[in-house]
Design a protein around this ligand. Structure first.
Ligand code: ADP
Length: 349
């Protein structure tokens, strides 16, 4: 086919395609490939457009052997690397390069590998401790009742840690499963908050903390999933107790409904405030990532799994609400949840 006839065909294709002639010059390209390799491709030697040795070698080998192959190509999209699988195939006497964007698929694969590595690591730590104590109890500490009691106490803590982790993992996967289905129940937020605070009283008094509830708008109802909202506020208030100041004061405030930026329609704000050590600004954006912690040692010490805020984020997304973490080192942390008042409102999904 002549260049005049083939160019419009290539130009019409939605996938990025580059056609290289026998003279190694680009015979045809399209907008999709220009977005990856840059403009003014046609007529130039293909090496000026693709400077990656693996692709250049694949083109040369395909021409010699007349056998198609695939090769990896790394592009750049703003500040991010993009990854393409490029099919290099004979097209008559020309060579056609077709680019397939693999960036999202690779990112998902990497996330899955990271997740499995994180879970394994989190489970291995308590397991190693348990195995160590079992061995000690079978040997050196067999006839030492005092040591036995102490070790059994630690073993029970470690086993509880594993249970919490598995519970949180299951919660996370359940929450992800129904994230697209908007909750329809009407929930009385004031009642829900006071029952969560009541349930956490023993934990607060053990930490020497007080938790106060300030309801500025009584009888506020929002469309929601009561069980999930209990989980959200339990996680946030527990964090305020765990990371708040020793003997500190936690305040939970339910604000009246009003319009907020980034939310369509009216919403209520619930603020969980503590006067703890606060969170350095550069950590804040990452706190909702699974297993992300400011201080892993501290989190484990207070029984954290690193999954609490990830669960909160997913539940709030399901409610089309917003999570906002504001903190100042030395001055404590305010975590706000914005929940839309009516079904149609909320963050656009
Ligand atoms: P964890 O189980 O470790 O508490 P979360 O996902 O609930 O996991 O929180 C992630 C991290 O965010 C915690 O490890 C802690 O470093 C930080 N964090 C959360 N809430 C607070 C808070 N109120 N004050 C200070 N740091 C906090």
């Amino acid at each position: 086919m002549t260049a005049e006839r083939i160019a419009p065909v290539i130009a019409a294709l939605p996938v990025p395609v580059l056609l290289i002639g026998q003279d190694d010059r680009v015979r045809a390209s399209n907008d999709a490939v220009t977005a990856i390799l840059g403009p003014n491709l046609v007529g130039n030697h293909y090496i000026t457009a693709i400077r990656q040795p693996a692709v250049i070698a694949a083109v040369a080998e395909t021409r010699m052997q007349r056998i198609s192959r695939h090769v990896r190509f790394t592009g750049r999209d703003g500040a991010n690397d993009t990854i393409y699988r490029v099919a290099v195939a004979m097209a008559g006497d020309d060579i056609a390069l077709t680019f397939e964007d693999q960036t999202a698929a690779e990112a998902v694969g990497q996330m899955r590998r990271d997740f499995v590595a994180n879970v394994s690591h989190e489970l291995r730590t308590p397991l190693t401790a348990l195995l160590g104590f079992i061995e000690t109890l079978n040997g050196a500490a067999r006839d030492d009742p005092e040591a036995r009691d102490r070790f059994l106490g630690i073993m029970s803590d470690e086993a509880n840690r594993m249970t919490r982790l598995v519970d949180d993992l299951l919660s996370l996967s359940r929450v992800e499963e129904d994230e697209r289905v908007r909750p329809r129940e009407q929930v009385d937020l004031g009642g829900l908050l006071s029952s969560v605070i009541k349930a956490l009283e023993p934990q607060a008094s053990a930490a020497g903390n007080t938790v106060a509830l300030e309801i500025e708008a009584a009888g506020t109802m929002v469309p929601g999933d009561a069980g999930q909202l209990v989980q959200v506020f339990s996680n946030l208030i527990e964090n305020a107790i765990k990371y708040g100041a020793q003997g500190g004061a936690v305040t939970v405030t339910l604000k009246p409904r009003k319009m907020y930026p980034r939310l369509r329609g009216e919403a209520v704000q619930i603020i969980v405030a503590d006067n703890g050590e606060g969170i350095p600004t550069h950590h804040i954006a990452r706190l909702t990532e699974r297993f992300y912690r400011v201080d892993s040692h501290r989190s484990r010490e207070v029984g954290g799994t690193g999954l609490g805020l990830a669960i909160v984020k997913h539940i709030i997304n399901r409610h089309r609400g917003r999570l906002l973490i504001e903190s100042e080192v030395g001055n404590g942390t305010n975590v706000s949840i914005f929940l839309p008042i009516s079904q149609g409102a909320g963050v656009a999904s």
